[in-house]
Design a protein around this ligand. Structure first.
Ligand code: BJW
Length: 258
């Protein structure tokens, strides 16, 4: 073989990623806050603005913060709930609905607590970090209704009067068993793992891509910025999910009827 052959131009990563997806039997997708950024929901590691500019989200999303100042933490969650209630799914969420129709099997795991994948039409979303729109009773440990109580103060459980908290996973807390087991199984079984809009800093979610890669899956990242995962993946598609994911679906080619 000649030694002075010109270097082979690297394939267009979007086309190469689409080719891997076309061959896939099972695609596992992990999403993070970045996919909802284009719906107007701030990411975690964005600096907060306005009223919340003096707090770091990482310092509010902890059991210790809630113990210290439940009123403050509840105010932050009520503010975020309001954003979520007024947000609409975007082109990135919708592209994942389309992607699920284009592959034999797709497992969607989200770290997001905003329910936008479900509202876009994705069935069977594994909510790894819970859902911000639900309340959980701190006494009974179950999802609970709020007491219809006109008095000011912290929200209380309609059934037992216990203090309520948002039904989300804070730092140092365990991931709910069902999404954790199903996500781990999907990461080990998939042949393509798509990591979308996550900084890949928070474990165990961030370990799913590594588990998939260790089993031979092709890992594709979609993010406008480089993350800790970027150097480990064969395909880093740089840009916003609302543009890259529809492009990726389009690059799969026309849908075959039937
Ligand atoms: C775009 C975009 C666009 C922008 N398009 N992209 C191993 C090693 C080290 C530490 C640990 C470890 N294992 C566990 C830990 C500890 C800890 C941890 O990971 N700490 C690290 C920070 C070091 N993990 C935990 O504590 C977890 N629990 C646990 O391990 O329990 C063990 C246990 C077992 C048994 C019994 C008891 C305990 C729990 C983690 C819970 C995380 N919770 C939060 C809050 C949820 C509730 C809420 O919403 O309020 O989850 S924190 C926050 O981070 C939230 C997110 O889901 C999560 C991840 O953030 P995400 O989604 O990646 O967002 P960002 O902001 O970081 O990144 C956004 C990205 O989008 C950026 O990259 C942008 O570039 C990009 N982007 N625009 C595409 N348009």
């Amino acid at each position: 073989m000649a030694t002075n052959d010109p270097p082979v131009a690297p394939a267009d990563p979007l086309q190469a990623a689409a080719a891997a997806i076309r061959k896939a039997r099972h695609v596992c997708v992990l999403t993070g806050a970045g996919i909802s950024a284009e719906s107007g929901i701030p990411t975690f590691r964005d600096a907060l603005t306005g009223l919340w500019s003096k707090f770091r989200p990482e310092e509010l999303a902890t059991p210790e913060a809630f113990e210290r100042d439940p009123e403050l933490v509840w105010k932050w969650y009520e503010w975020r709930r309001d954003l979520v209630r007024h947000a609409e799914p975007n082109a990135g969420h919708r592209a994942l609905v389309e992607l699920a129709r284009r592959v034999p099997r797709l497992t969607l795991v989200t770290q997001n607590v905003d329910g936008l994948h479900q509202r876009a039409g994705s069935p069977m979303v594994l909510e790894y970090h819970g859902n911000i729109l639900r309340d959980r009773c701190m006494v009974e440990g179950v999802v609970a209704e709020r007491a219809d109580d006109a008095r000011a103060g912290l929200p209380r459980c309609a059934a037992c009067g216990g203090l309520l908290r948002p039904d989300v996973v804070w730092f140092g807390e365990a991931i709910p068993r069902t999404p954790m087991m199903l996500a781990a199984a999907a990461a080990e079984d998939c042949d393509v793992f798509l990591s979308v809009g996550t900084s890949s800093l928070v474990y165990p979610a961030a370990g799913l891509a590594q588990a998939a890669a260790a089993r031979g899956a092709v890992v594709i990242e979609v993010n406008p910025d480089a993350t800790d995962l970027t150097p480990q993946v064969p395909f880093a598609l740089q840009g916003p999910a609302g543009r890259i994911l529809p492009d990726l679906c389009a690059a799969l080619g026309p849908r075959v009827a039937g």
